[in-house]
Unconditional design. Structure first.
Length: 100
């Protein structure tokens, strides 16, 4: 990957991890897992928590500007946000193109 692409990847993963720290566990600490693998010419990364999930907020009670998800979407080729298979927490998926 180019150094610019690596910078984009680092920033996107940092934003996803920061979202876990700030939003997933509002009343307690909790675990976070980062998974990554290469598929063909893509690097796929998932940042996973088992916190409260993504919920709409009318009143902003947590710090931040709320731009992290848009930034991740802009920096990655593809982005997804899903609930974990067991219904707990959130999985943020990001795909980055790699050159071989």
């Amino acid at each position: 990957m180019s150094s610019e692409a690596c910078d984009d990847l680092r920033l996107a993963v940092s934003e996803a991890a920061a979202n876990v720290v700030v939003h997933a566990y509002p009343d307690r600490p909790g675990p976070m897992r980062v998974e990554l693998w290469i598929h063909s010419d893509e690097l796929i990364i998932h940042v996973i928590d088992h916190g409260c999930g993504i919920v709409p907020r009318v009143e902003r009670v947590n710090p931040g500007l709320g731009l992290g998800i848009q930034l991740i979407a802009a920096l990655s080729e593809e982005m997804s946000i899903t609930a974990n298979e067991d219904g707990s927490g959130t999985r943020v998926g990001m795909t980055f193109r790699i050159s071989r």
